[in-house]
Design a protein around this ligand. Structure first.
Ligand code: SF4
Length: 233
């Protein structure tokens, strides 16, 4: 099995573990609620290739999605700060640099079809991390418990680690770049390896339970967590 096939298997296993972790709590999120589905989703190149593979296998073409052409014109010049880069700065006691351009675009995600995600099986980790205890449309914003914010960040760090060295950035820009090599990597960053984690002391016990679960989860005959860390190491 090649490294890329192994990375795909580990990504799928991480996504399953994340879903199981979130199932421990009740959420207001339900099918047809798409308030969080905007164009401000950041992904790794690994996740981008999974989306393209899914579209190809479903006989769908990226050319059908106008937003990818729009992204080519609208992308920012600077890549955003990745989750692991942000953690690296914080762990070193450094201030993250101010973003020169706003990375947020709240137009609807082009993968939305009648308020349903049309790439649901391969939606990226950042989309999977969008959960809320209250209905966002009614409340005006999501309500996410602090522990879930922390553990979502850990999952995002693990996915980024798995894709270290690959492009990291806005989903539309990543997909346009993967689809057309001449598109280049302007507006994209590079995924980094895990520098460490930002876990508040009061959450350490709960996070230890998550680590235990990830260490015990098997991919083939190996530990999921061990395999992800070895995959880059
Ligand atoms: S990819 Fe799917 S889940 Fe993610 S923002 Fe787009 S429609 Fe929503």
């Amino acid at each position: 099995m090649g490294p890329s096939e192994e990375a795909r298997r580990l990504l799928a296993a991480l996504q399953q573990s994340h879903a199981a972790w979130l199932r421990e709590e009740a959420w207001a999120c339900k099918s047809g609620c798409a308030a969080c589905c905007t164009r401000s989703v950041h992904i790794t190149g690994l996740e981008g290739r999974e989306i393209l593979r899914y579209l190809r296998e479903a006989g769908r073409s990226l050319e059908q999605v106008e937003a990818f052409q729009e992204a080519a014109a609208a992308r920012p010049q600077n890549g955003p700060l990745t989750t692991n880069h942000f953690a690296r700065l914080c762990l070193a006691g450094l201030e993250p640099p101010a973003e020169p351009e706003s990375p947020w675009d709240f137009q609807p995600c082009p993968f939305l079809t009648e308020d349903l995600c049309s790439i649901y099986p391969v939606r990226p980790m950042m989309c999977r991390a969008f959960v809320s205890k209250r209905t966002c449309q009614e409340a005006g914003s999501a309500e996410v418990p602090p522990l879930v914010l922390t553990t979502n960040t850990l999952f995002l760090q693990l996915v980024e680690h798995l894709a270290a060295g690959e492009a990291w950035g806005n989903m539309l820009t990543i997909l346009a770049s993967l689809q057309d090599p001449e598109y280049g990597d302007v507006g994209l960053s590079r995924a980094e390896e895990i520098p460490g984690f930002l876990i508040p002391p009061e959450e350490e016990e709960a996070v230890a339970a998550l680590w235990k679960g990830l260490a015990e989860a098997r991919v083939g005959d190996k530990s999921l967590l061990g395999s992800i860390l070895r995959e880059r190491g």
